[in-house]
Design a protein around this ligand. Structure first.
Ligand code: G6P
Length: 559
């Protein structure tokens, strides 16, 4: 994953570091910056987040990097930039698959990236060397190479890279969000493109050395960098963003807007929903609501799907769900079916690789999401699916909207429940769509509070995992489906009889009186919001930063 920034202009180091802060969602285990001072390249690195590194320099050139380790443990030696002589410092996002074949000598770091610096030193200076290097590399890579001369070169293959220029200043970045406050226009790199930049601007070239003319794009308003406002974490703020995002979706997802997709769904033999992590849970939710609407459908984990033997017909419709639109496994799954059947993306990032590679792109409209654990994007994904299913059914959407008062209440309840929750293990149960919430809750709790939370369909209790229930075991049950209230109650009682401490999140509190803690919610979406709030409060209680949990990154651009 990793985030990379290049800056040409005044206060290049502090400007690059400032922009790098916006890319920490891509990884934050170590940080580094390379710059030119007194005609020499200087490199400074540290383990930890961007704020761990404080560098003062008047340099007008800098490349910077925030890392999510793939090759080599987290340590200063493995942090970027890498150099292999005096002429180049490189930062890299992606994986160089043939790095061991390319190495020209012993490397200082354990990374796959250092070989890029070795190759550049071997080939010499200037664009010719950069192109020669780019032609040798295999895998996924966005590279910024700072030359001692002060020029910054860029190479792109599969990993995202963008550039913007204005009044003699140039910014390269892994995400256009870095251009907020700098310029409203930017250029996207396509695969197998490179560039050279100095204070006179940027020139683009193909890997075979031909000059390329590119058209600038306009920065979308909804991706202007957001701030925490009155909230102490982005995760908290983003849960409170849900009502506004829902209104945006309602105003956009009018019947005419969705008519093509709805007709595709109607006419498909089968609809396959494909995603990873939280996005996969949205796929499971989609199956629940579309099956109800009479559609044959299936959900797949993208990383499994891409290597599975399942084959779509030309009448299968594949719907890819991804907040970032950049997840390597989801893009890999798309590659498997592209050209065979029609493809649709539901993504939050309109300029992402996924958005441009599918036949139809539906916007999630969640607005920028900074916290690693996705909350509002998930809420928006399921809201969109609910609307699509209702159009298919010619009915009103089932899902209710959230509002601030409702969220305040949910957070109070989550705090109350978390207060007495002090175990390192949690069982989360539910059935049908409530099982999807249980899965999502367990994932969030694991991600941000490191509690070993596992979700099971309540009905499976007696088929195995009841063996794990003992005195004091914490069990959280979601029960918002009227048809299954009674069945959920049986599950709750079976756990309680074995000494478990039960919390039930339900739209029918009277039914669960006496089994334990009962949290009354007014709708399915409120129970989802409770799942988010519960995970966030668990993280807070344990003093963990929910926005940047250990070992994770928001967009996983490696396989
Ligand atoms: C990573 C994140 C998850 C996210 C998943 C899919 O694993 O840590 O929170 O759900 O990627 O991301 P996407 O951008 O494709 O929705």
């Amino acid at each position: 994953m990793c985030g990379i920034v290049g800056f040409i202009g005044k206060n290049a180091v502090s400007n690059a570091m400032e922009k790098l802060r916006l890319l920490q969602y891509r990884g934050y285990d170590s940080v580094g910056v390379g710059f030119v001072e007194d005609g020499e390249i200087r490199i400074e690195k540290a383990v930890g987040k961007v704020d761990e590194l404080s560098v003062k320099s008047e340099s007008v050139r800098a490349v910077a990097h925030t890392r999510w380790a793939t090759h080599g443990k987290v340590c200063t030696r493995n942090a970027h930039p890498h150099a292999s002589g005096e002429n180049w410092a490189i930062v890299h996002n992606g994986i160089i698959e043939n790095y061991s074949e390319l190495a020209t000598g012993k490397t200082v770091s354990d990374t796959d990236s250092e070989v890029i610096a070795q190759l550049l030193e071997k080939y010499g200076n200037g664009l010719g060397s950069v192109i020669a290097c780019a032609q040798k590399l295999e895998g996924a890579f966005a590279v910024l190479a700072l030359e001692k001369s002060g020029k910054i070169y860029a190479i792109k293959q599969k990993s995202p890279l963008f550039v913007s220029e204005k009044n003699g200043e140039v910014v390269f970045a892994s995400d256009p969000v870095c251009f907020c406050g700098f310029s409203d226009t930017y250029y996207s790199f396509c695969d197998k493109e490179c560039a050279v930049a100095d204070e006179n601007g940027v020139e683009f070239y193909s890997f075979s050395g031909e000059r390329i003319a590119k058209t600038p794009q306009t920065l979308a308003v909804e991706y202007r960098a957001s701030e925490k406002g009155d909230f102490d974490t982005f995760m908290h703020k983003e849960i409170y963003d849900i009502p506004l995002a829902q209104s945006r979706i309602e105003q956009t997802y009018l019947p005419a807007f969705v008519s093509e997709v709805v007709s595709d769904i109607r006419h498909a033999d089968e609809v396959w929903f494909i995603g990873c992590g939280t996005a996969y849970h949205a796929c499971l939710f989609a199956v629940c609501v579309f099956e109800k609407a009479g559609v044959r459908c299936r959900a797949f984990i993208a990383s499994e799907f891409r290597y599975s033997d399942v084959v779509p017909t030309k009448n299968t419709l594949c719907v890819f769900v991804s907040q970032s639109g950049e997840t390597a496994d989801t893009l890999g799954a798309l590659e498997k079916v592209a050209g065979v059947c029609k493809t649709v993306a539901l993504t939050n990032v309109g300029y992402s690789a996924l958005a441009s590679a599918v036949n139809v792109c539906l916007p999630t409209l969640a607005g920028e999401e900074r916290a690693v654990a996705s909350t509002k994007a998930y809420a928006c994904q399921i809201f969109v699916f609910d609307i699509l299913a209702s159009v298919l059914n010619n009915a009103e959407p089932v899902m209710q909207k959230l509002d601030k008062n409702g969220l305040d209440y949910i957070f109070e309840e989550a705090k109350r429940v978390v207060k007495s929750f002090d175990k390192n293990e949690l069982f989360v149960l539910g059935r049908k769509a409530d099982y999807v919430t249980a899965l999502e809750c367990a994932l969030k709790v694991k991600e941000v509070s490191y509690v070993n939370a596992n979700a099971y369909p309540t009905g499976e209790l007696k088929h195995g995992f009841i063996a794990l229930i003992e005195e004091g075991t914490e069990v959280l049950i979601f029960a918002t489906d009227p048809i299954l209230y009674k069945k959920s109650l049986h599950g709750a009682r079976e756990c309680k009889s074995r000494g478990a401490k039960i919390t039930v999140v339900t739209t029918e509190p009277e039914m669960f009186e006496g089994v334990g803690n009962v949290v009354k919610v007014s709708s399915y979406l409120c129970s989802v919001a409770f799942a988010f709030a519960f995970a966030l409060e668990c993280a807070k209680k344990r003093n963990f930063d929910p926005d940047m949990p250990r070992n994770l990154a928001k967009s996983v651009t490696v396989e």
